[in-house]
Design a protein around this ligand. Structure first.
Ligand code: PEP
Ligand code: MG
Length: 759
């Protein structure tokens, strides 16, 4: 069963559009279950009807024509109950609704299962049989499994714009709303610009070729480029491989032969698709064929074909659309299946108004960057037909995590006024720039910033940051296509250190792995967040670590405002090992005659194990800083980037707050300064609680700094401590969040947390 399932899924994934996919599904399921009818009804939310979209066994003329209201028939019952209905005599069921057009009268047995994606009902899948019998448990389980797979395919088809036109729907609504997760607060109005990643076959969209001969020429060049690459690769390996292994390269070259893949792609281009779209279609079709094969060796060819396809695509994209040729509108809303930090860099500063990503969540790195840059962002908009948005007017509501395409005039005016109000608030907050973050009863808590790009460093100063609590060094690493050299790093770090001198800059050593990937240093693991990440990578590669430490220290010469921070620490051994290398690097530089002060070294507390070793870790270093983003994810066992569990990622979870309070108390007890540099510190509601817990400093994105400062200056520490005491009695995260929000609103901060709170 599993094997059949796997093959159906692969075949479905290879289908070029949803209509083909549904046809494949119904045909294969009918065959696999040896039943007489298999049909798919999709739910059209506009007309609130189930429309028959594919069938094997009922009359084909009924497809697209026959529909049922949401309460009609057994199909309606499956949908409203959101559970399978399995009956041996359907016509005898009180809910049965006879559809004469389908020719279903002779079928007695009926098994219907809902198709649900992210709690949303997308349709109903039905199998029917002439004999009167109940489908057994394994058949029911099979259909439920298939429908869960199909739900993902339908959602993806919607997202890529390959969705079927559901007939009978009333005329399209003018404005369409899509919901995701809030990525960065704010409201952005502008024009969509859809961007595809460097070489990701799955993300390539179908597009009409502007000039067929030019597309063919592009493809030929790319094909030759890929061939050349394979030849070179083969040559390089020829001394290490045996002749029979070398034969693989001939296989590759044969696949790239003009008569094979090349000819098929060319034919698709001639039908009107652009080269990239044609390539994706052909490669996916090949992959489907290969994966269907019984022969293991042949099945493995699927991997080769994806590799080749990606190589050709990289050549196509390499010279086809170099980033500098993108013509971004002045008010760009950047849209992509999966936004990457590098993509942000492609839009000229000043033109970017908002970001929309189909994948990812508010904790993705790109969202963190967006918050730093103050760009309204919505992540994980899984249902948006992103490929169809190009050029459309879009509103990004980063508070609620929603976007609107082609908004109505009223909607546009409403959002324009929120935008104007935001700008006005920002102006008011600017007046706080040179004021300290001090509570009404005289408790001062320095506010620092998190940076990664030089742009946020500059913005931070404008907003009155007193230092850098977290400089994410992986960000400049992500912007390159290879490891930056020691002198390149030195230059980048010097810029940061100089910008803030004499204020301190906390540079975190490379924190790759988890969700932070370097294209040129891929780490493929089943559980990346529990794998080779942060300090673990650095200690396994002392050559990379030492280059980084030396570059940081050299950059700090004469400024002496450097602090070094170690990410993802889980044990004291890691700290000892890292300290050993740091001291060694320092001693060598001093030996070389450089006047460099030994920087302060700190440890990030972001893994539950570290929470219970504050004393041991703290006694080895100069400071501690809590990475509340990771700490929350590891405490709650919730992937910070997975939109499916985004609502379980609760920053105000009592367990998280208890851990945070315990860290502050333990650090204070051993006299080590402790700060928070996760997103919670930049949330005015979180900042008030952290201040009350006794944190010595908070580090946040520059956008939120004035808001946090304004709130902290408006409350007393006593008041915040009372609030904290009350909050710690509560057992539920949403209740805690609501209580803090209400208290701040009552204290007069509704305007500051207003739009965020509404979200
Ligand atoms: C954190 O985990 O809270 C943190 C500040 O680091 P990052 O988000 O870069 O993992
Ligand atoms: Mg972290």
């Amino acid at each position: 069963m599993l094997d059949i399932l796997r093959r159906i899924v692969q075949e479905v994934s290879a289908a070029t559009d949803l209509s083909d996919a549904l046809k494949v599904v119904v045909a294969r399921i009918r065959e696999a279950m040896a039943t007489e009818v298999c049909s798919v009804y999709l739910y059209d939310p506009d007309s609130k009807r189930y429309v028959l979209m594919a069938t094997e066994g009922l009359k084909q003329e009924a497809v697209g024509r026959v529909s049922l209201s949401s309460s009609q028939g057994l199909v309606g019952l499956v949908g409203s109950r959101a559970e399978p209905i399995n009956v041996d005599n359907a016509p005898a069921h009180p809910k049965f609704h006879f559809l004469s057009e389908t020719g279903e009268d002779p079928f007695l047995s009926f098994l219907g299962v809902p198709i649900i994606h992210h709690k949303r009902l997308m349709g109903v899948m039905v199998v029917q049989q002439r004999d009167s019998r109940q489908f057994d448990a394994s058949e029911e389980a099979f259909l439920v499994t298939m429908s869960a797979q199909l739900a993902g395919v339908i959602a993806h088809a919607e997202a890529t714009g390959n969705i079927l036109e559901i007939p009978d729907t009333t005329e399209k609504k003018k404005s369409t709303r899509f919901t995701g997760a809030p990525g960065a607060p704010g409201v952005g109005l502008g024009q969509a610009f859809v961007i595809t990643p460097a070489a990701d076959l799955g993300a390539v969209i179908d597009k009409e070729a502007e000039s067929i001969p030019e597309e063919i020429e592009r493809f030929e060049k790319a094909l030759e480029g890929a061939r050349q690459e394979i030849r070179v690769l083969g040559k390089k390996l020829s001394s290490e491989l045996r002749p029979e292994e070398m034969a693989l390269f001939d296989v590759y070259l044969n696949m790239l032969d003009d008569q094979a893949l090349g000819a098929e792609v060319r034919a698709r281009i001639e039908e009107g698709n652009w080269a990239q779209g044609a390539l994706r279609q052909v490669v996916m079709q090949y992959v489907g064929h290969f994966q269907m094969m019984e022969d293991v060796y042949l099945r493995e060819r699927a991997t080769d074909i994806i590799d080749l396809g990606t190589r050709i695509l990289a050549h196509l994209q390499g010279w086809d659309e170099p980033p500098e040729e993108y013509d971004f509108p002045d008010n760009t809303i950047l849209v992509s299946e999966e936004l990457t930090p590098a993509m942000l860099g492609e839009v000229p500063p000043g033109k970017l108004r908002g970001l929309v990503s189909v994948r990812g969540s508010s904790n993705s790195h790109v969202a963190i960057l967006a918050r730093a840059m103050g760009i309204p962002t919505v992540m994980g908009v899984v249902d948006v037909p992103y490929a169809q948005l190009q050029g459309l007017e879009i509103i990004v509501d980063g508070y609620r995590g929603q976007i609107y395409s082609s908004p109505t005039d009223e909607l546009r005016q409403q959002y324009q006024s929120i935008y104007d109000e935001e700008q006005a608030l920002q102006k008011d907050l600017e007046g706080l720039r040179d004021q300290p973050a001090e509570t009404t009863d005289g408790h001062r808590i320095p506010l620092w910033v998190n940076t990664g790009l030089i742009t946020d460093a500059v913005r931070s100063l404008e907003r009155g940051a007193e230092g850098v609590g977290l400089y994410r060094t992986e960000v400049p690493f992500m912007m390159k296509d290879r490891f930056p050299s020691e002198s390149e790093q030195q230059q980048i770090y010097r810029q940061q250190l100089e910008t803030f001198a004499p204020n301190p800059v906390t540079m975190r050593t490379l924190d790759i792995g988890g969700d932070k990937a370097l294209t040129y240093f891929p780490i493929n693991e089943a559980n990346p967040f529990l794998g080779w990440r942060g300090i673990r990578v650095s200690l396994d590669h002392p050559e990379i670590f030492l280059v980084q430490i030396r570059a940081m220290m050299k950059a700090s010469e004469g400024l002496n405002n450097l602090r070094i921070m170690l990410p993802m620490v889980t044990s004291v051994n890691e700290v000892d090992e890292a300290l050993h290398l740091i001291y060694r690097a320092h001693a060598e530089l001093v030996e070389d005659g450089r006047q460099i002060e030994m920087p302060q070294v700190g440890v990030m507390i972001e893994v539950p194990a570290a929470v219970y070793q504050i004393r041991e870790l703290g006694s080895r270093v100069d400071f501690l800083s809590v990475g509340s983003n990771d700490l929350t994810q590891y405490l709650l066992a919730v992937d910070r980037n997975n939109p499916r569990v985004a609502d379980l990622y609760q920053a105000f979870h009592p367990a998280v707050l208890n851990a945070l309070r315990m860290i502050a108390e333990s650090a204070t007890a051993i006299g080590r300064p402790v700060s928070v540099c996760g997103e919670l510190a930049g949330n005015p509601m979180g900042a008030v609680l952290l201040m009350a817990m006794g944190y010595d400093m908070l580090s946040m994105n520059a956008t939120n700094l004035p808001k946090v400062k304004s709130v902290l200056r408006g409350v007393s520490r006593e008041w915040a401590k009372h609030l904290l005491d009350d909050v710690m009695q509560i057992e539920s995260a949403p209740v805690i969040a609501a209580m803090v929000q209400l208290s701040l609103e009552k204290a007069g901060f509704g305007r500051i947390i207003g739009p965020a709170a509404r979200g």
